[in-house]
Design a protein around this ligand. Structure first.
Ligand SMILES: [Zn+2]
Length: 344
């Protein structure tokens, strides 16, 4: 059995300045060809060492091989035109240039399977691989073919399932689907969102997770959060649906969050990845602050189901800040782990 309060991260970490422009979403690559392929692998090795040194138990490749967590997958599919991009509004908050769907989508070849195999071979720790969820994919493109968010989501769910099965076969321990769109389209979550997510995860032999969140710490998201009021109760509807789903783990932001912590009780029966690191600020948490967040969550989540984690991806931060936050996460979890051992 693995140790209590095994730590993990949501997924992304900042890239080295020689690989992509720092502190930029969708930053273009600064290398080409074979040098780019080698540079990506070196960047993965670096983020693995940073996580291992910080005491992170279930590590990720920090999404070092992808320009963006959604579009890199979409661009690997048939039926997509990514040369003629369209500008759309993402989750009603900010504009982005996105690929356009021009025909039936299909997966001709694996997209991330080689990356997953490299990650598996580069560390002794348990590894997590992240994929976008179907609804979030639908929300990050222009659909000129299906003209139905639901139909397109089901098509993506089948493609994701093929990709996820191949990634799991590469020896990955956890596959996490990122569904920030679950926090915006509540009717769709009810009508088809959770079902499409389950389809994407169908038959996976590894642990399955879903990350839902209020978005990266970019200005458009921070401004949007200011409109949500003093208590964020949006998850009151979503959590019971996820608790009834076949997905094993739910990742949720708890550091500096206005999500009432007692809502975690609605996830009974699930592993909860408790975000104890705020990714919307450069201030590095102290281990004591991380421990405080974890103790609060422990009132509603049993210790053997609690996984200390980051609120969201850390790609918008500087590498130095991200490393400091990794260290704080590992050290804060160790404090509470020692307290629990003392109780035993
Ligand atoms: Zn997130």
């Amino acid at each position: 059995m693995s140790r209590l309060l095994a730590t993990t991260i949501c997924g992304s970490l900042p890239k080295p300045a020689w690989l992509a422009e720092p502190r930029t979403l969708w930053a273009p690559w600064l290398l080409e060809g074979e040098a780019l392929a080698e540079g990506k692998r070196d960047a993965v090795r670096l983020v693995l060492r940073d996580q291992e040194r910080a005491g992170i138990d279930i590590v990720s490749d920090g999404e070092q091989t992808r320009r963006h967590f959604v579009t890199t997958l979409i661009e690997g599919l048939d039926g997509v035109d990514f040369e003629h991009r369209k500008t759309v509004r993402i989750r009603n908050r900010y504009d982005a240039d996105v690929p356009m769907i021009v025909g039936p989508v299909s997966r001709r070849h694996p997209v991330f399977v080689d990356d997953a195999a490299f990650l598996r071979g580069a560390t002794e720790r348990k590894v997590k691989f992240t994929l976008p969820g179907p609804m979030t994919m639908v929300d990050t493109l222009y659909d000129g073919h299906y003209r139905s968010r639901e139909k397109l989501a089901w098509a993506f769910a089948e493609i994701l399932n093929e990709e996820a099965l191949a990634i799991a076969a590469a020896g990955v321990d956890v596959i996490q689907f990122d569904e920030p769109a679950f926090n915006v389209y509540f009717d769709e979550v009810r009508d088809w969102g959770v079902a499409a997510l389950e389809r994407a995860a169908e038959g996976l032999p590894c642990t399955t997770a879903v990350h839902i969140c209020y978005g990266y710490g970019i200005k458009a998201n921070i401004d949007w959060k200011k409109t949500l009021g003093s208590e964020w109760r949006q998850y009151e509807e979503t959590f019971p649906r996820l608790a009834r789903s076949k997905i094993a783990q739910v990742s949720i932001e708890c550091a500096n969050s206005r999500v009432p912590i007692e809502l975690l009780g609605l996830l009974a029966g699930k592993d909860v990845l408790v975000g104890a690191i705020d990714v919307a600020t450069d201030r590095i948490e102290t281990p004591a602050e991380v421990a405080t967040t974890l103790r609060a969550a422990l009132k509603y989540v049993p210790a053997d189901r609690l996984y200390p984690c980051t609120n969201c991806g850390m790609v918008p931060l500087s590498r130095e800040v991200a490393r400091g936050k990794l260290d704080a996460l590992g050290a804060g979890a160790a404090i509470v782990r020692a307290e629990l051992a003392g109780d035993g």
